[in-house]
Design a protein around this ligand. Structure first.
Ligand code: ZN
Ligand code: ZN
Length: 137
């Protein structure tokens, strides 16, 4: 059963509502996510179309040949990471009003994670090489 989850950027210029049938989230420690977020990127996964309110305020950053990132052009909030060839969104978990039932399940690129970051979770950890082996690119 999926229910509607509300989300918005910090300034509110971009918002959306989406059903999430998977409340597990993943943390990515890759260098791109580090620079973009100042720490790590927490992603909630959603497959399908999303109708963004204030879509005209979304700027797209072409972050690699296989993926791009959306952010609010007014406040800079990260909105999503999206593979170009897939309907899958990695939505920023921080955008959601209710995060109380999110559960950290995976951590990616753990071998390039700075030592000062330690997430207290019984997550599945994957190194950079393991990520590339699993998803290619
Ligand atoms: Zn904003
Ligand atoms: Zn990353």
């Amino acid at each position: 059963m999926s229910e509607i989850h509300k989300a918005s950027c910090d300034c509110g210029a971009v918002s959306f509502e989406t059903p999430l049938n998977d409340l597990t989230i993943g943390a990515c420690h890759c260098s791109s996510c580090q620079k973009i977020s100042s720490s790590f990127y927490m992603a909630a996964h959603y497959t399908g179309e999303i109708e963004f309110n204030g879509a005209e305020n979304i700027s797209i950053y072409d972050s690699s040949s296989w993926a791009h990132r959306g952010f609010c052009s007014k406040c800079g909030s990260n909105l999503y990471y999206k593979m170009k060839a897939s309907p899958d969104y990695s939505l920023s978990a921080a955008l959601f009003d209710d995060k109380s039932r999110f559960e950290l399940k995976t951590q990616l690129f753990t071998d390039v994670k700075p030592d000062y970051i330690s997430l207290n979770a019984n997550s599945e950890n994957m190194t950079r090489q393991e990520c590339f082996d699993k998803w290619g690119a």
